[in-house]
Design a binder for this molecule. Structure first.
Ligand SMILES: Cc1cc2nc3c(=O)[nH]c(=O)nc-3n(C[C@H](O)[C@H](O)[C@H](O)COP(=O)(O)O)c2cc1C
Length: 363
């Protein structure tokens, strides 16, 4: 077979996730790279997301038949080809003006995962829902009174979304010092003023929405067993463990450090998903072994979009799938359900955690 000419289709010729991250770095304006990739204040939470994942090693089992490995699962009643979904990421129209978040939605549809669409994405939910019926959840930042919130929820219902996600870790906008020092002001770009505090948002809001919404409800930004338990008591269907990728509260725990106590608190009363620092198939399998149903991609998703729109997003998922299948085979499992905490142990990390430290050839 003739060797593929990489100049013909540079995206298809990418073999590794580090190439996607590097292509994003090269194509993005440095201020935009900082906005997407940076975190709050000292970026301790951001780095801890990575460090906490790097502090986990596998305990593989051998001499098992791993000819047929199946990395699929279900989440929100939807089949996922790999245990991954696109986390809500706002303002994608600034990264890829041709279609913005529609690129993620099309890529998720063609590959076979689910997109959580942020309320601060263009196009609006009404204009993209038909691109991927049954594979979109709608994420809301509460920025209005009860009537406004209810109207947003109704939009998700009318658009036929699979779930309604309330993001609750943005009671204040995190101090992202890269953006402050770069003079990167979102108000200049967006009709939404990201610097304002949320409107009234408490458990009563959750209760009100729960009675009105006839669809699974997801709370994004749960960081403790206490709040996970409360969420279950308030009828929440999906606990989304997250520290907003280190963009909000600094000196938080790494998100994978929160997972164990939350999975234990929730039991089988809700699904648990997670995001924060996931850059590799092995990262994703660590979360599954600790009890998560699926993992959200934040920065990696945005980098793939910046690297080449829909095609690069699909390529990113294909590479992740290869990584996941390879690692499952090497762990001695053929389905995700076989993974449990016995496959994981604590170790010392081998490298300094950083934004791209998962990619040692990143330049
Ligand atoms: C550029 C960018 C925009 C984001 N916008 C939103 C948003 O609109 N709504 C939301 O709930 N989370 C938002 N997040 C947070 C992500 O949903 C997710 O929690 C986080 O990125 C996961 O960490 P990771 O980037 O290390 O994967 C955003 C993250 C990034 C990087």
């Amino acid at each position: 077979m003739a060797q593929q000419d990489p100049t013909e289709n540079p995206i298809q010729s990418m073999l590794t996730l580090q190439e996607i991250a590097m292509a994003a770095r090269q194509s993005m304006d440095p201020m935009m790279w900082d906005f997407v990739s940076g975190g709050a204040e000292s970026e301790t939470t951001l780095r801890r997301n990575r460090q906490a994942l790097d502090r986990l090693a596998f305990r593989p089992r051998v001499l098992r038949d791993v000819l047929d490995v199946d990395p699929s699962t279900t989440f929100l009643g939807c089949d996922l080809r790999i245990p991954v979904f696109f986390a809500p990421v706002g303002l994608m129209q600034l990264i890829w003006p041709d279609g913005g978040i529609a690129n993620q939605i099309r890529a998720a549809e063609s590959f076979g995962i689910l997109t959580m669409k942020s309320c601060i994405n263009e196009p609006e939910i009404e204009d993209v829902a038909a691109l991927s019926p049954g594979r979109i959840a709608f994420q809301l930042y509460v920025r209005g009174d009860a009537d406004w919130v209810d109207a947003q929820a109704q939009r998700a219902v009318d658009a036929g979304c699979q779930g309604f996600c309330l993001c609750v870790d943005l009671a204040r906008y995190g101090r992202r010092e890269r953006d402050l020092l770069n003079g990167f002001v979102l108000r200049r770009y967006s009709p939404i003023d990201e610097s304002t505090a949320l409107a009234q948002l408490d458990w009563a809001t959750v209760d009100r929405l729960r009675t009105k919404l006839d669809m699974p409800m997801i709370i994004k930004g749960i960081a403790t067993a206490e709040d996970a338990r409360l969420a279950v008591e308030h009828g929440v269907d999906v606990i989304y463990v997250s520290n907003h990728g280190g963009r909000q509260l600094d000196h938080n725990r790494g998100s994978i450090q929160m997972l164990g106590e939350i999975v234990e608190a929730v039991g089988d009363k809700a699904e648990v998903v997670i995001d924060g620092g996931f850059m590799r198939g092995t990262d994703i399998l660590k979360a599954i072994a600790l009890g998560a149903r699926a993992v959200g991609l934040g920065k990696l998703q945005v980098w793939a979009l910046a690297a080449g729109g829909e095609a690069a997003l699909v390529r990113c998922l294909e590479i992740l799938e290869e990584e996941i299948i390879t690692a499952m085979g090497l762990l001695g499992v053929t389905s995700l359900g076989q993974l449990d905490t016995s496959y994981i142990t604590a170790v010392e990390p081998v490298s300094e955690p950083g934004i791209t430290s998962s990619y040692p050839r990143f330049e």
